[in-house]
Structures are given as C-alpha cells and as structure tokens.
Design a protein around this ligand. Structure first.
Ligand code: ACO
Length: 321
C-alpha cells in the first residue's frame, strides 16, 4: 500500500530577547532606514548566552508534540537542520532526543545552511515512503548570533535566532495530503560567495559568516524561481494552484522578486523576515508554524516551501496540508 508523509503538527520557538535596528545602531555604523530598505528587517530575536541551539530545538519540538497530542515515545526519527550545532559533535538531534526522553531511534543533523530545512524534510519524507520510519521530528534550529562577526555591518544586521519543527507521519489509505515532491540542488562552484572563515578542521573555531551579498542576491532570485517552477511543472500545476508560498526569509526584496517572477501575489506569501531576520534553516518552519497557528494555512491547501543558502544550495518542496 502506498505510504504518504503527512504533516501531523507544527511548533516553533523564538528567544525572548528582541534586538531592534535601533539597538544595532549602537553596535555598528548602520541605520534603521538602511536595514529596512535593503532587507525589510525591523527586529530579530537573539538567544541568551547560555541558550543553545538544542534548547531552541527542544522548545519547538515540544510545541509540535503538544499540538499533535503525541508522546515523545511515539517518535522514531529526529532530523535537525542546523549550521550552528552546540558542539562539533554529537548532533543537536541527540540532545533533543535526550532532553525529550525519546527512546532509541534514528537521529542526526543535516547541514545545508539556509536550505537545510527543505533538505531535512525531503530526507524524512524518503525514510517514511521507504517504510523505514513512521513519525519523524523534523526541526530547523539556529543560533546564528553565535557565528556573526558583530563588527561586520554587512552581515550582523541580517540574521536572527529561533527554531521551528514539524512532525511528519506515515499514513496509508485514502487521502491526498502529504509531501508531494521535493527538489534539492547544490553548486559547489559558488561556495565562496557565502561561508564561515573557520571550522573544526581548519582553524579549530567555528568562524564567522562572510557574504558577498550582491552576488548571492542575484543567484537567489533566479535559483529559487527555477526550483519552484520545476516543483510545479513536475506535478502538472501552475502558481495559481498554490494557496501559499512559504519562502526562506532572507530579505524582503528577494521574496518579492521571486514572487513577481512566479506571478504570485504577495498576499499568497508568508512573510516573517521583518520580525525574525534571517534565521537560516529555522526560517521556513518558523514562518509555516506561525501561519498554521493563525489559521491562514488550512487543511486541504497546497503549500510551496523554497530556500537558498550557502553552498550555494537551493531547494523546494510542494506539500498538501
Ligand atoms: N548599514 C549601512 N550601510 C551598509 C550596511 C549596513 N548594515 N551594510 C553595507 N552597507 C553599505 C555598503 O558598505 C555599501 O556602501 P558603498 O556603496 O559605500 O560601498 C552600500 O551599503 C551598499 O552595499 P551593498 O552590499 O551593495 O547593498 P545591497 O543593496 O546589495 O544590500 C544585502 C546588501 C542586504 C546583503 C543584499 O545584497 C542581500 O540581501 N543579499 C542576499 C543575502 C541572502 O539572501 N542570503 C541568503 C542566504 S544566507 C545563508 O545561507 C546563511
């Protein structure tokens, strides 16, 4: 019997501390006007010093489990998309497993930077469709503030911290809900456009984000529009068949340009970048959870996730809720 991977519930978590653009004016030579005009960001959340990526992930996962009315013992897989793990190893996924008291299961992290959540969702979908796992916690969690150079105004104003989660569950029988298709890409020739200037195997430190913003911007619009078109064409759909686009939240100008290319009106696009900044792998599940909870995204609707990030990596996933 054909197995579908259905989204059972979502959850998210944002750290308490809000850092506004005005706050950043005291950190680097910048202005609220510049940040808003170039990125659409007004504020972002910053994790506490002792708050780790796994803490953010646990809170998001707990919210998803609560909303599903599911016990931690029912989970048989944990996949965390993150670029900012607590430690080089073990994975954030096993910390989530330990804190939530999830019994022995499959658990690992995925590293595809801002595309990480869509990669993780696709991996989880394949595990389920292969009949290997039944209920997987798929989490995007980031403490981007830990890898920012707080003296570099070209990057430190753009990012924020947070986590989003969903539970993907195997279902059989009648119904059309579930992950329809995912499309994952990377082009390592573009890896020097966006990277950290360190790592465990080189400097022994995580390093800080370095970004060639203007070039990344150009690639972002083209690659995301391409991969979304591929997702639609593969399934014989057009943008008119999609109720919601949930894009990676890097920059409002990228989101608007991509929507325009796809001829999607902005009232079909979920936008959180003004309040969250770029939370990398956490941005899509954070935006998705918000729109599910406030009732904009409803059962039966078709939703597109799309992302682009360091690597460069880019990805899209078409889902029926
Ligand atoms: N405040 C004030 N001025 C600034 C700031 C700042 N925070 N940052 C840069 N400037 C200045 C620059 O120095 C430059 O000055 P100059 O003309 O005197 O040299 C000027 O503003 C313009 O800089 P640009 O970099 O050309 O500005 P641009 O319009 O390209 O906007 C931005 C920059 C927001 C970074 C944009 O290029 C962008 O969004 N790029 C894509 C980022 C992205 O999508 N990343 C996604 C993946 S992230 C990941 O995977 C981890």
């Amino acid at each position: 019997m054909k197995i579908r991977s259905v989204i059972r519930a979502t959850g998210s978590y944002l750290p308490e501390r809000i850092m506004t653009n005005a706050d950043l004016e005291n950190v680097v030579d910048t202005s609220d006007e510049w940040i808003r005009q170039r990125s659409g960001i007004k504020e972002r959340r910053i994790a506490g010093e002792n708050e780790k990526t796994s803490d953010l992930a646990v809170n998001a996962a707990r919210a998803a489990l609560d909303r599903a009315g599911m016990k931690a013992s029912e989970i048989d897989g944990i996949i965390v998309a993150t670029t900012t793990p607590d430690q080089t190893f073990p994975s954030v996924a096993v910390s989530v497993q330990k804190t939530l008291d999830i019994p022995v299961c499959t658990a690992f992290d995925v590293q595809a930077v801002c595309s990480g959540f869509v990669y993780a969702l696709s991996i989880a979908d394949n595990f389920i469709k292969a009949g290997q796992l039944k209920r997987i916690l798929v989490i995007g969690a980031e403490k981007m503030s830990a890898i920012l150079n707080w003296e570099d105004r070209t990057t430190c104003v753009l990012f924020g911290d947070g986590a989003g989660a969903l539970i993907l569950e195997a279902q059989t029988g009648e119904g059309t809900s579930g992950i329809i298709s995912s499309h994952l890409y990377a082009d390592g020739r573009l890896k020097d456009l966006l990277y950290t200037d360190g790592g465990p195997g080189t400097t022994g430190q995580s390093g800080h984000i370095v970004m060639h913003g203007r070039e990344v911007f150009k690639h972002a619009v083209n690659l995301m529009a391409q991969v979304v078109e591929e997702a639609l064409e593969t399934n014989g759909l057009t943008a008119a068949d999609v109720e919601w686009l949930v894009p990676h939240q890097a920059n409002i100008r990228i989101i608007e340009a991509t929507a325009k290319k796809l001829k999607l009106p902005m009232d079909k696009v979920i936008v959180t970048v003004e309040r969250h900044g770029n939370t990398s792998a956490a941005s899509i599940p954070l935006a998705f959870d918000e729109a599910v909870r406030d009732g904009r995204i409803k059962p039966g609707q078709t939703v597109l996730f799309e992302a682009m990030g360091g690597g460069l990596t880019w990805a899209a996933s078409l889902v029926r809720i």
